[in-house]
Design a protein around this ligand. Structure first.
Ligand code: NDP
Length: 320
């Protein structure tokens, strides 16, 4: 594994981190999830990313992760792990169960810690900006949580450049610098290039893109239809069959040939393409099998792109 410094902090993150959004809930095969996490750690993935609502059912990914920690990571192995969770999306009924109030964020982390059987998480994120709560309040919640020792570092997710800049400034003034930003970023989703990456660099904040494979689209798996058991085939999956358009498939086919010419799978090329930017700390992948995990980690064997390859990718992506 390769480890990269997170912004200007003391923390190193593995270049590939594992997220538990899908495949680790109560609807999934527990032993399969357990195998993936054990394998990830054996291959040097020290960072595992969760959120209060991951499942389904919401909360069950944290519960399962807590069980796996207890079974397979006893004692001081906790100190070799960097565990994150988040609050922001809907979690429970009533006015205090989502968004960005201090009430919600503090209660949510308390619930997450119980589910995982942890005394603290390493990173606690505000999962999405709240248009109706002053950003000062959400950042004060992060600051409080860090001062209470329930999280070691604060992070933000899904904040656009302007909002991120404001949140980072407030956190700095409060004395709890923002460690990291978690945005959606892949060959198919490039909004971060339009200002956010500059804000993060200027402020020494790390960046860990989520859904770098566009939930599986940037692999060879949908080239011949929708396989049974894939995310697009699952009712609870967030990838919808309507996302798999002819236009996207044409691009995926061309990208797949280019990846083959580089001696990589398309998944590997898509991850390497993100990691080529030195401002990226880690790519946050998902995996439904140990084979996928291994395939993705092996992207680190070739992170170099020639100018011609980069412009060929741009041409494919901009084709209408
Ligand atoms: P990816 O884009 O990496 O998609 C993962 C899915 O792609 C897998 O479940 C699998 O789908 C497929 N896949 C992965 N590797 C391969 C491979 N080598 N070959 C073929 N198919 C492959 O990431 P996710 O969308 O899962 O997101 C990753 C993490 O990011 C989440 O777990 C979560 O921690 C975080 N996240 C954060 C969000 C936020 O708002 N902050 C929002 C969403 C995610 P299949 O199941 O079909 O096999």
């Amino acid at each position: 594994m390769k480890y990269c410094r997170c912004g200007e902090s003391g923390i190193l993150l593995p270049a590939v981190s594992l997220g538990l959004w899908h495949n680790f809930g109560s609807v999934d095969d527990f032993e399969n999830g357990r195998r993936i996490i054990r394998r990830a750690f054996d291959r040097g993935i020290t960072h595992f990313d969760l959120a209060n609502n991951y499942g389904p059912v919401p909360g069950s990914a944290e519960e399962n992760f807590g069980k796996i920690l207890k079974m397979d990571f006893p004692g001081n192995l906790r100190d070799e792990l960097l565990i994150s969770t988040k609050a922001g999306y809907h979690m429970w009924e009533g006015p205090y169960g989502e968004w960005g109030s201090k009430k919600y964020m503090v209660s949510s982390l308390d619930q997450s810690l119980k589910r995982m059987g942890l005394e603290y998480v390493d990173i606690f994120y505000h999962h999405r900006p709240d248009p109706d709560t002053p950003v000062e309040e959400s950042m004060m919640a992060l600051d409080l949580i860090v001062r209470q020792g329930k999280a070691l570092y604060a992070g933000i997710s899904n904040y656009k450049a302007k909002d991120a800049k404001k949140a980072i400034k407030i956190l700095k003034e409060l004395g709890t610098p923002c460690l990291i930003h978690q945005p959606k970023y892949s060959m198919f989703e490039r909004w971060v290039e339009d200002g956010l990456m500059d804000v993060l660099e200027e402020n020494g904040v790390g960046c860990i893109p989520f859904s770098p494979l566009a939930q599986g689209l940037l692999t060879d798996k949908y080239l011949k239809g929708i396989p049974e058991g894939s995310r697009a085939a699952k009712e609870h999956g967030f990838l919808k069959t309507t996302d798999i358009t002819e236009e996207k498939l044409t691009k995926i086919k061309k990208l797949n040939s280019l990846a083959q010419q580089r001696g990589q799978s398309l998944a590997q090329m898509a991850l390497a393409w993100i990691l080529k930017d030195k401002r990226i700390t880690s790519v946050l992948i998902g995996a439904s099998s140990v084979e996928q995990l291994d395939n993705n980690i092996n992207s680190l064997d070739n992170l170099q792109f020639s100018k011609d390859e980069l412009s060929a990718i741009e041409t494919i992506l901009s084709d209408k």
